[in-house]
Write a protein that binds this ligand. Sequence first.
Ligand SMILES: [Fe+2]
Length: 185
Amino acid sequence: MPALPRFTVPSLSKEKGGKVAAILQERLHALNDLHLTLKHVHWNVVGPHFIAVHEMLDPQVDAVRLMVDTIAERIATLGVPPVGTPGALVKARTWDDYSLGRASAIEHLGALDEVYEGVITAHRKAADDTESLDTVTNDLLVGHLHELEQFHWFIRAHLENSGGSLSTEGAKTELDAASEAKKGA
Ligand SMILES: [Fe+2]
């Protein structure tokens, strides 16, 4: 367990402040990983629809970097030092590095569907877990989810057919999702 903060926000106990900061630290790592992954895709997407995907991703990178900043500053506000170094991120993360290098737009979109699925599921859990602990942090995370879920839809709209089904339905890994997306294209 990390040491208790010496101070935290008014009306929260130090224990609760430390607990909320620990939840936020996981989200800080996840979203730092996400904006780096989105840039990696921006650089590695090839083939037809290159420019659409290349250009769609930069506003997502910028928005996620802003989310990272609000999370880190909320951790500091709670009296805990935020950790933003790459080594700490890799040590703490519970997921693998993004699986694709140079690949077609549809394959990266399939893989990104999986990436957003994981990030949003964990972000929603963090929002649920902070609901009774700290409504301000809960509000921050819910605000991020408005954008993250819209970005996920931007990705999924490329994978959806006119009947409303996703080509990546049932895929469990980024590589599976990439291959299903390619088949469904
Ligand atoms: Fe660029």
